[in-house]
Design a protein around this ligand. Sequence first.
Ligand code: PAF
Length: 317
Amino acid sequence: MKIAVLGPGALGCLLAASLKEQGEEVVLLDYRPQRRELLQRRGITVHTLAGEVRVAPVPVALAAAGGAFDLVVVAVKAYQTEAAAGLLPRLLAPGALVLTVQNGLGNLEALAAAVGPERLLAGVVFAGATRPEEGRVVHAGAGPTVIGAPPGSQVTPARLAQVAQVFRRAGWECRIRDDIEVVLWEKLLVNVGINPLTALLRVPNGVLPAIPPAWELAVAAATEAAALARASGLALTVDPDTRLREVCAATAANLSSMLQDVLAGRPTEIAALNGQVVARAKTHGLPTPVNYCLTRLLEALEAAAPSRPSAEKDLVV
Ligand code: PAF
């Protein structure tokens, strides 16, 4: 199976490196020529959960160059989904599958608009990974990966099992679920709670439960999202407080993807996470004051970034 991983972020690099190490025919796709060249030259360095450091010589190509892949794993940030979707038609072999492993809501809809819903798979990754520099990834938290065929997909159980096998061979604990939409929402609860608060406070995931005011807000944001999921007809079984606690413990040393974005001066995924909760809740008449505040705070944080003093001494007048 020819596999492309689209997006050399923490998750994309980790996935591509582990597939390559297992001898899979995998290519990492980037859209920035200079970075592509750097990654191709250096390879992908992985700091494993066991503390080993390994370099995987993953081939890196420009996404715009096209290709004929049997499976494209979309691992770009949610705010890049539209651009990634535009590239997909020229990357797919006949009958190819597209698997999104992105955070947030709205990705499936954007990908379906570009390549049709029938070939889509959705994946939810509970592992934590950080990218201290381009092409270097630290596997910082264990967690399963769950994949499934979302509504509208016509991917057969046999092909789904084939994809799960590819992940398992590469060392990923991969589960298949019929109700992948429920899993996507359960991950959303985690992300709307953990991500904005760790990004605002600049703390690793494991510290969050020990800060009572922040924890209260994290659980409240996840509880609002859980109410929206139920109003949308999804039978979520998880308790927000318990679930968030479990993920914070399993990814204790990890810097959330949103904190990594803030520290690197990149845009965040707040619109696809808490912002989507606020927008979708309106159609159900549900109140989402905590998600609204967190969305506006992250938007403000991003907008303020260029004006922030680089050190405390800059504040002395
Ligand atoms: O976005 C993230 O950082 C991850 O989804 C998670 C699970 C919260 C771990 O940091």
